[in-house]
Design a protein around this ligand. Structure first.
Ligand SMILES: [Zn+2]
Length: 148
């Protein structure tokens, strides 16, 4: 999916010798490490960047999300489909790593289900799932959900 470079963030790695790096943040919310003309040259110098602010770029992560959403929608049509949850995979409260987790019915599991696939929660993935009629509940799975 095409998006634009919104901001460029310069930072240093954590380590004995902090190494400079640069992240290009896209309008879609994703980001990638900058591609440089010369990796050994100054990573913080705009002259060394192959992507500049405002540039139109293809977002690989958006493409991956779109494919994952299509797999979830297809799986939800099958009898093996149990339910989908929206959960924070890091167990933190930041909301930065929220994911839609889709479960398969598994009568041998104490929870009556097991994780089949997941996709990053973004405004785009949420809209696509809602439009496909897939409802999701917050939080980790409880066994009773498999019987909903
Ligand atoms: Zn993206």
């Amino acid at each position: 999916m095409q998006t634009t470079v919104q901001t460029i963030h310069k930072g240093f790695s954590n380590g004995v010798i902090p190494m400079p790096y640069t992240i290009a943040r896209y309008a879609c919310g994703h980001g990638v490490e900058m591609k440089y003309r010369d990796e050994r040259s100054n990573c913080h110098s705009p002259e060394n960047w192959l992507i500049q602010s405002g540039a139109v770029v293809d977002c690989f992560k958006c493409d991956q999300n779109r494919e994952a959403v299509q797999r979830i929608i297809a799986f939800a049509q099958t009898p093996e489909y149990s339910h989908t949850t929206l959960r924070d995979l890091t167990a933190s409260k930041t909301g930065e790593w929220m994911a839609f987790c889709t479960y398969r019915v598994d009568r041998t599991s104490p929870t009556q289900c097991r994780l089949e696939m997941s996709v990053e929660a973004t405004p785009e993935t949420e809209r696509a799932l809602v439009e496909a009629g897939i409802r999701f509940v917050p939080g980790p799975s409880r066994g009773s959900m498999a019987r909903l």
